[in-house]
Design a protein around this ligand. Structure first.
Ligand code: CMC
Length: 391
């Protein structure tokens, strides 16, 4: 019944109107509420970008101070959630733990599951942004068998997260300002990216009226895949597997071979047919973190040479495949000390503000309807049931 446009992967279907993020994929432009991502990454802070994405404008000084105070007030988790955490196996992937705990927030914060109340929607948004670093750090501490640290609200959002992750109760933890800045920048670079798969998942889940915690848990599940947020983990694993620059040509050939499922991870994008502007900032940040921590990592040289070789190869030129946000982020995260299993969890932490800003926009959109794609049915036509002894 009816004629539908067949559009697998939604390559040419706009699912909504949005005022939050603009991408010009041909030019490699990314704007949040009109502001270019490189200006935000270099001059702003993650708290300011959160305010911008949620409210539409950059905050004035007192607005930022009050927003930051509000987020700080919500950083703690209900104590019973630590019991929930202990039910997971020690070797659980942090993304599995995050999916579970964020979904479970609906069971602990009933007041802010009332999606008809604008005030409660804002409280749910603040709770999610504030609690995500606590949850991610908790997942990490659990995996290494160290005690969970409570948030310290005298620290910045990023410093607090670094302390909860790498600090131990026995010793004071000094956050390196360059690492704090890099962490904040990585969060800014991941904050939103319009209607990508996980954001569309959050909107689709929310379109039925589901509560915001459940919707964000759905977003985390979608982000986990290696074609999406899981690519940062996969990209660093790939760079480490390549190991030395002399092995790069072999992997380039594999990526071009249609009979080989291997792809260059951290390369290519549905929307960008030019250099991902986030990758430019990310590459610069690698150098800053290396020089602040006085470390290097041979994978960075492999990444630089792989990029150069790919960008000069007719296959990648013709298909317009460039490094994306995930290509260099793993190199930085690894230098800071995160294991690869935490990379996608950090992406989820930072993307939460984008998800929730998009969810709020959807809820208040007068054209909002339950998301209900149609299909082209290709199965059997009607036939009569055959009893089992006659099949
Ligand atoms: N290596 C080798 N070939 C590639 C790659 C790659 N990384 N990406 C795309 N191609 C080829 C692909 O084989 C196809 O060739 P053909 O037209 O001959 O069949 C062509 O380029 C178009 O690819 P597609 O898969 O149809 O494009 P898509 O828009 O559906 O996929 C993508 C986009 C990001 C999933 C894909 O480029 C990819 O798998 N990249 C590697 C994973 C990755 O880095 N993901 C992170 C994306 S950015 C952050 C995020 O979203 O979380």
């Amino acid at each position: 019944t009816g004629v539908f446009t067949y559009d697998p992967g939604f390559t040419s279907t706009a699912s909504c109107e949005s005022k939050i993020t603009y991408i010009d994929g041909d030019e490699g432009v990314l704007l949040h509420r009109g502001y270019p991502i490189n200006q935000l990454a270099e001059q702003s802070s993650f708290m300011e970008v959160c305010y911008l994405l949620l409210n539409g404008e950059l905050p004035k000084q007192d607005e930022l101070a009050s927003f930051t105070r509000t987020i700080s007030r919500h950083t703690m988790l209900h104590e019973q959630l630590t019991t929930f955490l202990r039910g997971f196996r020690r070797d659980a992937h942090p993304m599995a733990i995050m999916c579970g705990i964020v979904g479970a927030l609906s069971a602990f914060y009933h007041d802010s599951t009332d999606i008809t109340d604008v005030q409660q929607r804002m409280i749910a948004s603040h709770r999610l942004i504030a609690k995500m670093p606590t949850i991610a750090a908790m997942a990490y501490k659990y995996s290494v068998g160290q005690p969970i640290l409570y948030p310290d609200n005298s620290l910045s959002y990023s410093a607090n997260f670094l302390r909860m992750t790498f600090g131990v109760p026995a010793e004071p933890y000094e956050v390196d300002p360059a690492v704090e800045r890099a962490m904040d920048r990585i969060f800014i670079l991941h904050a939103d990216h319009e209607q990508n798969a996980s954001t569309s998942t959050v909107r689709l889940a929310g379109s039925s009226g589901a509560n915001p915690f459940a919707c964000i848990a759905a977003g985390i599940a979608c982000l986990w895949g290696p074609a999406h947020g899981g690519a940062n983990e996969a990209a660093l694993n790939m760079l480490r597997e390549i190991g030395t620059p002399d092995r790069i040509p072999h992997y380039i050939e594999r990526a071009k071979d249609k009979n080989d499922p291997f792809r260059l991870m951290g390369f290519g994008h549905r929307v960008y047919k030019n250099y991902d502007p986030r990758a430019t900032v990310m590459q610069k940040t690698v150098r800053e973190v290396f020089s602040a921590l006085k470390v290097t990592d041979p994978v960075f040289e492999v990444a630089l040479q792989l990029e150069e070789m790919a960008l000069n190869d007719p296959y990648f030129i013709e298909k317009k495949l460039f490094p994306n946000v995930d290509f260099y982020s793993g190199v930085i995260l690894s230098a800071i000390g995160f294991p690869t299993s935490m990379f996608t969890a950090l992406f989820a932490l930072a993307r939460t503000v984008g998800w929730i800003a998009q969810w709020n926009e959807m809820i208040t959109d007068p054209d909002q309807k339950i998301g209900r794609p149609r299909q082209l049915y290709t199965g059997p036509t009607q036939r009569d049931y055959v009893p089992i002894d006659r099949r």
